[in-house]
Design a protein around this ligand. Structure first.
Ligand code: PLP
Length: 477
């Protein structure tokens, strides 16, 4: 493909994306294809000679779109939001165009320096304690990781190395293996699946402690588990607190957990993957009370802050622990400006890294503080509107509601709500998924798309009501 063809293909694609998003409301949110559908539509081998971009373009509607679940449809209310915005998309384009690899400062100075600056902007925007910022006097700092899962794992591995060093300094006769075999981690049974996975990947048993009946993990529960583990000869090492659980958007009591961690010398990581974006609005910051106790904090601008995936913002209070844990150097990676700015390869799993800060910069500048606050507040207002609709109908009950997420059910046995969800999924007009809350089956309705308006909430509610009426009047068959 030559430059001229690139210009044509690229421009045609920008138009295609703009039309796709402009008209996304018209598309059925869930696809109607069967597993393997695509395999019969494309050749078994790479084409022998190159094809014209127009042929490729033609196949997008034919082959790809039938198999897309439209996450940005205003009728998508499942999981949690995944961000998408025009400045975010353009930032991705430029990152691909420059195509640099920023594993060290010298490998592309702007890549590191913009990331340092953006993580400071973002940390201030959320109201994080100064110690987390690159611009503070201390050893704190932020990095863009690929996912909240990666951040949780990286924090776990860092906590592990830190703990081993601490113990060996006091007890040099102990081997690393002696210590590592006794380390344990804690989180709540409401934590995201990635938290349990971090324990598996990092070879540290992850105790999933029972959250209270609002889905929140308390300091007392943690303290009790820590005490028991110590009695049994284990070494408490790592705690993951969640601000905004995946199921019901519950908030752990960070202040209580933090006090326990401080007392016991345990690394505290905060996973605020979804709800962290809400801290842009000062009225929600009380939910992160105790954040000053955390050793690391992560949230996903790629969920609710309009920055296209992937962009997971992670801060640590003392980046030296990361570097001590992960510094594997080679002559070909060294440079004469080391120590001036972070060499981010030491802060992450992979060596190479994309220029992700560009899209963050574009989004933060395009929307400004007010635009981002407005986005969060309007999505929460839409969720509140939905909650009021549910409450106005005596056939339903709201189980819990937080941020942009409302969990509701049909009154009566679970099977009614299960059937409602199955039928909604079969009809494919809206997409919602279930979870359990206080032992009952509930449907999660999340305001996900930035295109969602009141009329879409009304549409979703009418769909729910219509199917519910069928179930309640005609029975389950
Ligand atoms: N933590 C929480 C609370 C989440 O809700 C999610 C995803 O929904 C994750 C972690 C995983 O995020 P990621 O896909 O960035 O790893």
């Amino acid at each position: 493909m030559d430059t001229q063809q690139f210009r044509e293909f690229g421009k045609a694609m920008v138009d295609y994306i703009a039309d796709y998003l402009d008209n996304i409301r018209e598309r059925q949110v869930l696809p109607s294809v069967n597993p393997g559908y695509l395999q019969t539509m494309i050749p078994k081998e790479v084409p022998q000679s190159g094809e014209n971009w127009k042929e490729i373009m033609h196949d997008i509607e034919k082959i790809i779109m039938p198999g897309i679940t439209h996450w940005h449809s205003p009728n998508f209310h499942a999981y949690c939001p995944t961000a998408n915005s025009y400045p975010g998309i353009v930032g991705e384009m430029l990152s691909a165009g420059i195509g640099c690899v920023g594993f060290s400062w010298v490998s592309s100075p702007a890549c590191t320096e913009l990331e340092v600056a953006m993580m400071n902007w973002l940390g201030k925007l959320l109201g994080l304690p100064e110690e987390f910022l690159n611009c503070s006097d201390g050893p704190g700092g932020g990095i863009i990781q690929g996912s909240a899962s990666e951040s949780t794992l990286i924090a776990l591995l860092t906590a592990k190395e830190k703990k081993v060093r601490e113990i060996r300094t006091k007890n040099p006769h102990l081997t690393e293996a002696d210590i590592k075999g006794k380390l344990v981690a804690y989180s709540s049974d409401q934590a995201n699946s990635s938290v349990e996975k971090s324990g598996l990947l990092g070879s540290m048993p992850m105790r999933l402690l029972t959250a209270d009946n609002t889905g929140s993990l308390s300091g007392t529960t943690l303290m009790e588990a820590v005490r028991k583990d110590k009695e049994d000869g284990f070494i408490p090492c790592y705690v993951v607190a969640t601000l905004g659980t995946t199921g019901t958007c519950a908030f752990d009591n960070v202040e209580e957990l933090g006090l326990v961690c401080k007392e016991e010398g345990i690394w505290l990581h905060i996973d605020a993957a979804y709800a962290g974006s809400a801290f842009v609005c000062p009225e929600y910051r009380h939910l992160m009370k105790g954040v000053e106790y955390a050793d690391s904090f992560d949230f996903n601008p790629h969920k609710w802050m309009l920055v296209n995936s992937d962009c997971s913002a992670m801060w640590v209070k003392d980046a030296r622990y990361l570097v001590e844990a992960f510094n594997v150097d080679r002559i070909y990676l060294k440079h004469q400006h080391e120590g001036f700015a972070p060499d981010y390869r030491h802060w992450q799993i992979s060596l190479g890294r994309r220029f992700r800060a560009l899209k963050l910069w574009f989004v933060l500048r395009s929307y400004g503080v007010e635009g981002i606050q407005q986005h969060i507040r309007s999505q929460i207002a839409l969720a509140n509107y939905f909650e009021d609709l549910v409450k106005s109908d005596s056939r339903f009950e709201v189980a819990t509601s937080n941020m942009g997420l409302v969990c509701f059910r049909l009154k009566g046995p679970d099977v009614l709500t299960q059937t409602l969800l199955d039928r909604l999924t079969d009809r494919k007009n809206i997409y919602v998924i279930p979870c359990y809350y206080r032992g009952q089956y509930v449907i999660r309705f999340v305001v996900c798309s930035r295109f969602t308006e009141i009329k879409d909430i009304d549409y979703g509610w009418n769909e729910i009501c219509e199917v519910s009426t069928q179930i309640l009047e005609n029975g389950l068959n």
